[in-house]
Design a protein around this ligand. Structure first.
Ligand SMILES: [Zn+2]
Length: 332
């Protein structure tokens, strides 16, 4: 009998669900608004209704292998307990997995969304293209997430909290981060951080292009900033150059520690790649002797690849749908 899984993405804005099987790919996508204002119990009920809707679409001749929900952390694994996640206020201690298990009698897994995006990128994106079963992925979105895939599986660490490169300092005396540290990568390379720095520069009165951008729109995005920079605005360009420098410093450390086959850079901010890469590469070359040694053209047979991820916004959902199949392979 054909088996299928259901993947769910619990985001701060939207709930998304879809069915997946290797034969059909991802299908029957459904989504609805995440009503965080109504609390975790109601959101869990909505999530179960969405899963039921997807189930109704699948053939009755196929068997449900499992359900996986991707959610923002900190998430203790494998128990699936939330620990005061900043993007899901009021969810501390809530056990979403138990709430879903009450409704559906199949294995239910909760997983960090950045880990799932990395899993999908490994099995369905650039990892697949390069024939690899390992990668590091750094997602530059509202925050900065990191996932590590080794031997085809998510690397979790002791508590399920491995891969928080976004909260490693790139400037030891830099700005204070909500995590309690100073100068975290996330402050310089997330969309939030980039827009905050651009706003601050616009307010100095010395960056007329940025000043006009913020005066003309109340909802400036990193994509607007990118367009301004590509049009030759030096101040907008400098914001991306600084983000690239911060990312390059972080990646240099990752390369030195892990000697990874591939680091995929994902998330909306990664679309500014042409402006980020020059300063990223400069930092990588100056700070990581492993990166220098293993450059293409060196005497090493294999080279560390750093590139923009292939999968876009749907990577987290695809990874959630994929996980029950990965778990089945590794438990058999
Ligand atoms: Zn931090």
């Amino acid at each position: 009998m054909r088996q299928f899984s259901i993947g769910v993405d619990l985001g701060g804005t939207n709930l998304r669900a879809a069915a997946y099987s290797p034969e059909t790919g991802l299908r029957f996508k459904r989504s609805m608004q995440t009503r965080l204002d109504l609390g975790p119990t109601v959101v869990a009920e909505n999530l179960c209704s969405l899963i039921s809707e997807v189930l109704l679409q699948e053939s009755s001749a196929a068997a449900l292998l499992g359900i996986c929900v991707g959610a923002p952390g900190p998430l203790e694994l494998p128990t699936g307990r939330f620990h005061a996640p900043p993007n899901l206020p009021g969810w501390g201690g809530f056990n979403l997995r138990d709430a879903i298990k009450l409704e559906f009698d199949v294995p239910v897994t909760l997983e960090n969304d950045a880990n799932l995006a990395a899993l999908a990128e490994c099995h369905l994106g650039s990892g697949k293209e390069l024939g690899l079963d390992e990668l590091c992925m750094i997602t530059l979105g509202t925050g900065v997430g990191t996932g590590i895939i080794a031997e085809g599986k998510i690397f979790h660490g002791l508590n399920g909290l491995a891969g928080e490169a976004g909260h490693a300092s790139v400037w030891p005396d830099g700005e204070l981060c909500a995590c309690g540290n100073q100068g975290c990568l996330e402050l310089y390379a997330s969309a939030t951080g980039i827009l905050r720095r651009a706003t601050a520069l616009a307010m100095t009165g010395k960056a007329s292009g940025l000043e006009k951008l913020f005066a003309d729109s109340s909802e400036v995005t990193t994509s607007d900033l990118y367009t301004l920079a590509m049009g030759g605005d030096r101040d907008a360009e400098s914001i991306f150059a600084q983000a690239g420098q911060a990312i390059g410093m972080s990646l240099a450390t990752l390369v030195n520690i892990l000697n990874p086959s591939l680091i995929a850079v994902a998330g909306g901010v990664s679309n500014a790649w042409p402006l980020l890469w020059p300063s990223m590469e400069k930092e990588l070359l100056s700070r990581s002797f492993i990166y220098r040694l293993t450059q293409a053209g060196s005497s090493f047979q294999r080279h560390v690849v750093i590139r923009q991820a292939m999968l876009g916004d749907g990577a987290g959902l695809a990874g959630a749908a994929l996980l029950p199949f990965i778990n089945a392979v590794h438990s058999s």
